[in-house]
Design a protein around this ligand. Structure first.
Ligand code: GDP
Length: 315
């Protein structure tokens, strides 16, 4: 893949997709196809087919498909599963039939078995039951990986799957009920500061651990994998450090400037106790994350102030 390649970010309006478009455009890739209003509805087979026939992307980053936090996964498992299945079926098949050179599919770390040994190694995929709160979405992601793998085996397609850590950053869903923990807490810490509240409530016990990755770093890891990885095995995409939810919440409160105290609400679900990836294979290829957690939270909060507050994005 070089700057003259026709590159398609399928899901350019998602958290990771937006970071990818920004990174590629900023890096001089001036033949991006399907950007903004030119992107087809990925769940519409005919629209995806027409797009691939016309634009003929050579490199495809498949990062689309609806996703959400623990509450959305519990409330709308069918919607999330169907959207992700349709997306991956349409894009993978079109990429094959229209001769894409390579495709990177982004799955999710929630596709790991709930009780797999930590840090999570790709060998553990499909060895046990999933976390019940996200099993529908996770099953769609596992199917996407297996579909890429099947095209790889049957047709020799260079379709690679990445399993990313929990991503956050600009363009995230900052909705109080639908978003993941980082954007949800950025919003609530901001509102608590504005209202002069004494307490910021954090769901669950605060003890679960998550490996977080800044969306720009994840986009960079995706580009790196597209360029340097062609193995049969999927690739974990993480930087190798995890935090408790309580520690993440404290950093968010500090960055936002909320001076009250944190309270934990154990009536809300904790989800998986720990999700950290073994990213040895990616790190061995020479990739490293560039952004520390606090800096990434600051940039995310700045974006939230500029967009979500005024425009109601993700609300
Ligand atoms: P998960 O990684 O799939 O479990 O998804 P989430 O990002 O939604 O949740 C991660 C952890 O953060 C869980 O233990 C949640 O209970 C906890 N958490 C704490 N406060 C919040 C919040 O306001 N929103 C969400 N979504 N999770 C929260």
């Amino acid at each position: 893949m070089n700057r003259g390649s026709r590159v398609f970010v399928a899901g350019g309006d998602t958290l990771v997709g937006a970071a990818l478009v920004e990174l590629l455009a900023g890096g001089g890739f001036d033949r991006l196809v399907g950007v903004g209003p030119d992107e087809p509805d990925l769940t519409d087979a005919a629209a995806v087919e027409a797009f691939f026939a016309d634009a003929r992307p050579e490199y495809v980053f498949l990062v689309g498909g609806k996703s959400g936090g623990i509450a959305l996964n519990r409330a709308r498992p069918a919607d999330l599963m169907l959207d992700n299945l349709r997306t991956v079926v349409n894009v993978v098949d079109a990429a094959h039939r229209h001769g894409a050179t390579k495709l990177l599919y982004l799955a999710s770390s929630c596709a790991y078995p709930k009780h797999a040994p930590q840090p999570l190694r790709v060998e553990s995929l499909t060895t046990g039951p999933l976390e019940p709160t996200s099993d529908a979405y996770a099953t769609a992601k596992l199917s996407g990986w297996k579909l890429c793998d099947a095209y790889r085996r049957q047709y020799g397609c260079r379709f690679v799957t990445g399993f990313p850590a929990n991503a956050f950053g600009p363009h995230d869903d900052f909705g109080p009920d639908s978003g993941h923990v980082i954007p949800a807490l950025v919003r609530r810490a901001h509102e608590a500061k504005e209202n002069g509240d004494a307490v910021l409530t954090v769901w669950g016990t605060g003890t679960p651990r998550r490996e977080f990755i800044y969306s720009r770093d994840l986009a960079d890891a995706c580009v790196y994998a597209m360029r340097h990885y062609d193995g049969d095995a999927p690739l974990n995409l993480g930087g190798g450090t995890d935090l408790t939810i309580a520690a993440a919440a404290r950093t968010i409160a500090e960055v936002v400037g909320f001076r009250g105290r944190l309270a934990f609400d154990p009536t809300k679900p904790d989800g998986a106790p720990l999700k950290a990836l073994d990213s040895t294979a990616l790190l061995a290829l020479g990739w490293r994350p560039a952004t520390d957690f606090r800096t990434a939270i600051s940039e995310t909060y700045r974006w939230f102030l500029e967009h979500a507050v005024t425009e109601g994005v993700g609300a």
